[in-house]
Design a protein. Structure first.
Length: 281
């Protein structure tokens, strides 16, 4: 007796082959769609990185630089003197009471340049040398944190407890960078301007330009309240000066022209600059 399966025809044997099975690949339209999707994904990732970086830079401006400026102003309002100045013998400059006038110089009033000899400027109020990261051997007796705490002023969180003057972020290569703030007095002959300033070190070129744009309205290294250190004033109403270097230069290199092409690799830290921020008091 023959089996029923041996009598019935096999569907598999008589099924026609589908065009897709015969083709065995993708059409040009399908490949074009895949490539378009991949391009959109890559573009979205690149835009996302720029948006994230801009958000981080804005956070640095709002949560660190602006907060330190407010803490400085609050210290002046509560004590009547700027950070580091003496309340009993104020001279409207940081650490002014630590230095006496030279023989024959006026003891009050007059030009501040006559009260402080060249080379005897007050020590900046910061515990570490900017950019170097080492502790100062001639640091003031009271640190910036001690002064703010004694006046009851809340400081920005910064990097950690006891390191409120530091802030860590990542540069365009994904390497860590550290910002530090100090306060100092510049004599009238200082290239970047006289008066009490906040020294901000550890800024990558693109971060410095963005901060300058947000503070002064244009990224000019020699004009406004926010500017590059050791850059002299230019001709009034003349063309400005670009910030030194760019993100293609590695840290430790000499600050070249902004239009130069560096050789920094992805694993290197981007070159950093030091800026000054002119205080109102």
């Amino acid at each position: 007796m023959r089996s029923l399966f041996s009598v019935l025809p096999s569907r598999r044997m008589h099924r026609p082959a589908s065009p897709r099975a015969a083709q065995g690949g993708f059409t040009l339209v399908e490949l074009a769609v895949v490539l378009a999707v991949i391009g959109l994904i890559i573009g979205a990732v690149a835009i996302g990185k720029d948006v994230q970086r801009n958000a981080e830079y804005t956070k640095i401006k709002n949560k660190f630089v602006d907060q330190w400026e407010q803490a400085y102003n609050q210290y002046y309002q509560r004590t009547g003197v700027v950070v580091g100045d003496s309340q009993t013998a104020p001279r409207i400059m940081v650490n002014g009471a630590a230095y006496t006038a030279a023989a024959g110089a006026p003891t009050s009033g007059g030009n501040m340049a006559t009260l402080v000899a060249v080379g005897a400027e007050p020590v900046p109020v910061c515990a570490r040398v900017p950019e170097a990261g080492v502790m100062r051997s001639n640091a003031p007796v009271e640190t910036l944190r001690d002064m703010m705490t004694r006046a009851g002023i809340r400081m920005p969180p910064g990097r950690a407890e006891g390191q409120e003057d530091l802030y860590v972020y990542t540069d365009t290569n994904g390497s860590p960078q550290e910002i530090q703030v100090c306060f100092q007095w510049n004599r009238p002959t200082t290239p970047e301007g006289a008066g009490n300033v906040m020294v901000i070190s550890g800024l990558t070129p693109d971060l410095a330009r963005m901060l300058d744009q947000m503070i002064d309205g244009k990224p000019d290294a020699q004009e406004g309240r926010f500017r590059l250190r050791n850059i002299v004033n230019g001709t009034p109403n003349g063309p400005g000066v670009e910030w030194s270097a760019n993100n293609t230069f590695g840290r430790g290199a000499a600050a070249p022209a902004a239009t130069g092409a560096g050789l920094t690799r992805d694993e290197e830290q981007v070159i950093t600059l030091t800026a000054i921020y002119k205080m109102n008091q």
